[in-house]
Design a protein around this ligand. Structure first.
Ligand SMILES: Nc1nc2c(ncn2[C@@H]2O[C@H](COP(=O)(O)OP(=O)(O)OP(=O)(O)O)[C@@H](O)[C@H]2O)c(=O)[nH]1
Length: 412
């Protein structure tokens, strides 16, 4: 079944929960306080009414005995204004109404006050009028609920203000809590994203204030440390393997594969830019004899020395490689023409002229024969160039070992 509800952020969930909690607790507490206050106020109003009824009964006693209605009305007007009374009646001993009084304000507030007084306050307060111990009449007072109404309204207003304040406080508190939870989670997500998408293992999760999140961040950091170490190790292995795959272990020079790769690249560039470059093919002279006479190790030492001497005659941008056995190749790129290439070949031959003195005191005189081929004169692709240089080298050997020969003829 598909979940069609829109996902909520952690921040949204926590904020809503905080707000609801704050409002529910304030509403419950406020309502209880309001009810308790209303009950207390009701008791106070009832007591007050009884007191007023009693003192009114004393005050109108004479007027009731003499049936002075005008006096009674005047007394009611004077005494009851502002005493929280909605309606008052003064009756004689036979129950005839001598005078009655009603609160002047009959607007909506007055009507609601009367309604509240009728339903929430006790029965009318009665003050008994006696004359010489005889019942002369009675005073009945109904309470005015407007005080109660004002209390309830102001209480509700305070409750609303409290809800607003607690809502705002809830939001502030939730923000603080969120920053303690969400910020570390965001950091975790950023670090994980960088590791996954950008393969960047250098970022670390900063320590969080919450213990569980801090422990999680520490674990992630340790994992990243481990991954970084493994990555560094693999990179080292990779570099070593790449070097191994492209270099000759004896002389440390690039091998045939590397040479051919570079030659191909230089060839493509020269084809595009009408460039000129040269390939030298070098072969040691009578090398088998060295091996046979002095042993393989001496032969190896001679190969290393020859490699160094060739390298020492070249520019940084030129390439020398050991093709295998006692064969080397040089890529001179760029050159201005065949003359440049023959000049370098002569320099190499000249560099072999000084004897090589081994640790044993044995002295050897290295010698190489060189074939020179120039692009595009002697070959326009790699195979043709190498073949031309190889053939030229054999011609040099055939003519006189320790010399160089330039490939003959044009390739087209
Ligand atoms: N010491 C040593 N010898 C090697 C190595 N690789 C090949 N060789 C030997 O190098 C010799 C190459 O001899 P060739 O080039 O055929 O003959 P050469 O004696 O140099 O004679 P020319 O080339 O005709 O002057 C062989 O005897 C191989 O066994 C190596 O890595 N170390």
């Amino acid at each position: 079944m598909r979940d069609t509800t829109a996902p909520s952020t952690l921040g949204g969930v926590v904020r809503r929960a905080y707000r609801r909690m704050a409002w529910v607790s304030v509403t419950v507490a406020g309502t209880l306080v309001l009810l308790a206050g209303a009950v207390a106020l009701r008791v106070y109003i009832d007591n007050n009414l009884r007191l007023v009824a009693r003192s009114l009964a004393y005050t109108v006693e004479a007027a009731v005995v003499f049936g002075d209605r005008e006096n009674i009305r005047h007394t009611l007007d004077t005494m009851l204004a502002g005493e929280g009374v909605a309606h008052a009646r003064v009756l004689d001993s036979r129950g005839n109404v001598l005078a009655q009084w009603r609160h002047g304000d009959q607007g909506l507030a007055g009507e609601v006050g009367v309604w509240l007084g009728r339903h929430m306050l006790s029965d009318p307060a009665v003050g008994v009028i006696r004359n010489d111990g005889e019942l002369a009449g009675r005073v009945e007072l109904s309470g005015d609920g407007r005080g109660l109404l004002e209390f309830l309204l102001s209480g509700m207003a305070v409750l609303l203000v409290c809800m607003a304040i607690s809502g705002a406080a809830g939001v502030l508190l939730s923000r603080r809590m969120l920053s303690d939870i969400v910020t570390p989670l965001q950091s975790l997500a950023e670090v994980a994203r960088a590791a996954r998408h950008e393969r960047d293992l250098t970022l670390r999760v900063p320590p969080a204030r919450i213990v569980e999140l801090r422990a999680l961040g520490d674990d992630v950091n340790s994992l990243l440390d481990e991954l970084q170490q493994r990555q560094a190790h693999l990179q080292l292995q990779n570099t070593a393997l790449t070097h191994q795959a492209n270099h000759d272990s004896l002389t440390g020079l690039p091998n045939r594969a590397f040479f051919e790769q570079r030659l191909q690249a230089v060839l493509q560039k020269a084809q595009l830019e009408a460039g000129i470059f040269a390939v030298l093919f070098l072969d040691n002279d009578h090398f088998k004899q060295v091996n046979d006479t002095y042993g393989h190790e001496v032969g190896d030492a001679l190969l290393v020395a020859v490699a160094q001497r060739i390298r020492s005659q070249l520019r940084e941008s030129d390439l020398v490689a050991r093709l295998g056995g006692d064969e080397f190749a040089v890529l001179l790129a760029p050159v201005r023409g065949a003359d440049d290439a023959t000049r370098i070949a002569d320099k190499i031959i000249h560099a072999m002229a000084s004897p090589l003195v081994l640790a044993s005191g044995l002295q050897l005189l290295p010698s190489v024969s060189i074939g020179v081929a120039v692009y595009p004169i002697h070959g326009q692709d790699m195979v043709a160039l190498l073949r031309a240089a190889d053939a030229a080298m054999y011609r040099a050997k055939a003519h006189c070992r320790g010399t160089r020969h330039v490939a003959c003829g044009r390739a087209w």
